[in-house]
Structures are given as structure tokens and as C-alpha cells.
Design a binder for this molecule. Structure first.
Ligand code: T3D
Length: 264
């Protein structure tokens, strides 16, 4: 178990459970939480024992984005360089999440605002409690949607909905987010953690290399033409075909038994 004050990580049945842990601030990001979250995704990248990640928040919120207490203009004579803070804190974590070739399941347990919403949208399978809401809070304080938000909203929702969410900063309830295809599922609050854990555990018992290559392909699809993509599928399928998990999957099918994947 890795335990910082701000992020708690435990490894269980191949699932790295990562909990944002500043409940009094609705898990808003301070510097320590940034570094601890990045460290968790670095562990997920390097450690073969980690075969899926489950990200959630402690308390009644998922994440309220940047801790605005750390940006109080009344306490500083100079204006902050937010380009620098994105480069230093948010963007490395977003890049790690998108390049991690293991599935990330997100359980949005409550409000997800600002960068907190966009961190959730960077995950691979997002479940949200029915009572949870997503808010692109940036325009309320004069900022633009960061942490990949302007990119993921535009790609997933298209311009009309992306612009309305970002410009108006109105809350989007979990069920609406599901019906717009922004998240996988809205579920009853009481069953959120169990349902998310079941999905993460199932993925952690899956053919990790094949799942990682699938994530790579789906993320690459929107930015390349079909010819390029077919070549990429060929290369990824070649790699998948050389894995022990593929041999096990076919053998298990022929022997009419469940496959036991090892992630290699
Ligand atoms: O700066 C950079 O590096 C650039 C990057 C920016 C990325 C960003 O994320 S910018 C956007 C920052 N986030 C926001 O603007 C959201 C601010 N929060 C809210 O709008 C509301 O708190 C919520 C809609 C999220 C939830 O509302 P509600 O009514 O359920 O809760 P609340 O009472 O507002 O908040 C509960 C506590 O959490 C409260 O503290 P208190 O009064 O009990 O001591 C509140 O101050 C605190 N809190 C909530 N969000 C933040 C926060 N404290 C610091 N920073 C926050 N972002």
C-alpha cells in the first residue's frame, strides 16, 4: 500500500485502487496531490503486477479541479503562470493516463468540476453515481477548459454540446452524461464502487497486452486515415498473436473452459 496524505493507492487482485483523498476540499488538486497521482500512474505503467487501475475520490466529491486556495490573488503580487502549472502538473499526468496500456476505470462518486471532470474523461471506462455531476467550471473564473477538456469534449460531444458546457459552466448530471456518450454508465450511488470494482477486476484478469493495444488503436483512430489505421491494426494484431494470452484464449475456447490470462 502506498499512502500519501492526498492519494491512497492499494494493489488488489491486479487492480491499483487510486483514491483522491482531500475530502474537505472535494479532492481539489494541491501540489502534493498532483505529484502523488502522477506517482500512482507511474507505478501503474512500470509494475507488471498492475493490470488495471480504478480511480475514485474520497468523501462526497470526486474532484473539484485546481485548489483555488493556492491561487489566491490577494496573497500574491504577481500573476501565476498557469501555462507553467499545466506543463508541470496536469499535462504529464494526462499523458501518462492516455499512454498507459492498461485499462483505467473511473468511479465518479460525486461532483467532478474543472480539471476534475476532465481527468475523469481521460479514463477508459467511466461510471458515475447517479447523483454525480460534471461541471466545466473554468469559465466562471475566466479560464479555458484544461486537463484535456477542450479536446475530449469536442471529440466526444461535438461542437454544440462542448461549447455550451464550456461557455455556460452549467452542471451536467450523470444520466445526461451517459445519454450523450460522455461516460459509460450512470449507476445507483450505493452500487457505484462495487460495479466499478467488478469491471476493474474483470479487466485485471484479462489479456493485458491485447487490452492495451486495443486502447492504443481506439485512441489513434480519429486522427489517422483508414489505410494507416489498417496497417496499425495489422501490427497490433501481430503483437497480440504472439502473446501467451492469445494461445490460452484459443486453447480455453477449444477445451470449453474459462481462459486464465496471465497478462503476457
Ligand atoms: O491553476 C492552475 O494550475 C490551472 C489549472 C486549472 C484547473 C482547474 O481545475 S480550474 C477550476 C477550479 N475549480 C473550480 O472552479 C470549482 C470550484 N468549486 C465549486 O465550484 C464548487 O465547490 C463545486 C461545484 C465543485 C461543489 O459545490 P458544493 O456546493 O457541493 O460544495 P462547496 O461548499 O462549494 O465546497 C465544499 C468545500 O470544498 C468548501 O470548503 P469549506 O467552505 O467547506 O471550507 C469549498 O471551498 C471547497 N472547495 C471546493 N472546490 C474547491 C474548494 N477549495 C479549493 N479549491 C477548489 N477548487
Amino acid at each position: 500500500m502506498t499512502q500519501s496524505q492526498t492519494v491512497v493507492s492499494t494493489l488488489e487482485n491486479g487492480v491499483l485502487n487510486v483514491t483522491l483523498n482531500r475530502p474537505d476540499k472535494l479532492n481539489a488538486f494541491n501540489e502534493d496531490m498532483h505529484l502523488a497521482l502522477r506517482a500512482a500512474f507511474e507505478q501503474a505503467t512500470k509494475d507488471d503486477a498492475v493490470r488495471a487501475v480504478l480511480l475514485t475520490g474520497a468523501g462526497r466529491g470526486f474532484c473539484a479541479g485546481q485548489d483555488l486556495g493556492d491561487r489566491d490573488p490577494r496573497k500574491s503580487d504577481t500573476k501565476p503562470d498557469l501555462g507553467h502549472t499545466l506543463d508541470t502538473y496536469y499535462n504529464p499526468t494526462l499523458r501518462l493516463m492516455r499512454s498507459l496500456e492498461k485499462p483505467i476505470v473511473c468511479a465518479v462518486n460525486g461532483v467532478a468540476a474543472g480539471a476534475g471532470a476532465n481527468i475523469a474523461f481521460a479514463c477508459d471506462i467511466v461510471l458515475a453515481a447517479r447523483s454525480a455531476k460534471f461541471i466545466q467550471a473554468f469559465s466562471k473564473i475566466g479560464l479555458i477548459p484544461d486537463a484535456g477538456g477542450s479536446w475530449s469534449l469536442a471529440r466526444i460531444l461535438g461542437e454544440p454540446r462542448a461549447k455550451a458546457l464550456a461557455l455556460l459552466a452549467e452542471p451536467l448530471m450523470a444520466e445526461q452524461a451517459e445519454s450523450w456518450g460522455l461516460i459509460w454508465k450512470a449507476v445507483d450511488d450505493a452500487s457505484l464502487q462495487d460495479e466499478a470494482r467488478a469491471i476493474a477486476t474483470r479487466l485485471a484478469g484479462g489479456p493485458t497486452i491485447g487490452l492495451g493495444l486495443t486502447k492504443r488503436l481506439i485512441q489513434a483512430a480519429p486522427t489517422q486515415d483508414l489505410d494507416t489505421h489498417l496497417d496499425m491494426e495489422r501490427d497490433c494484431q501481430q503483437t497480440a498473436g504472439f502473446t501467451d494470452d492469445y494461445a490460452e484464449g484459443v486453447t480455453a475456447f477449444l477445451e470449453k473452459r474459462p481462459a486464465v490470462f496471465k497478462g503476457r
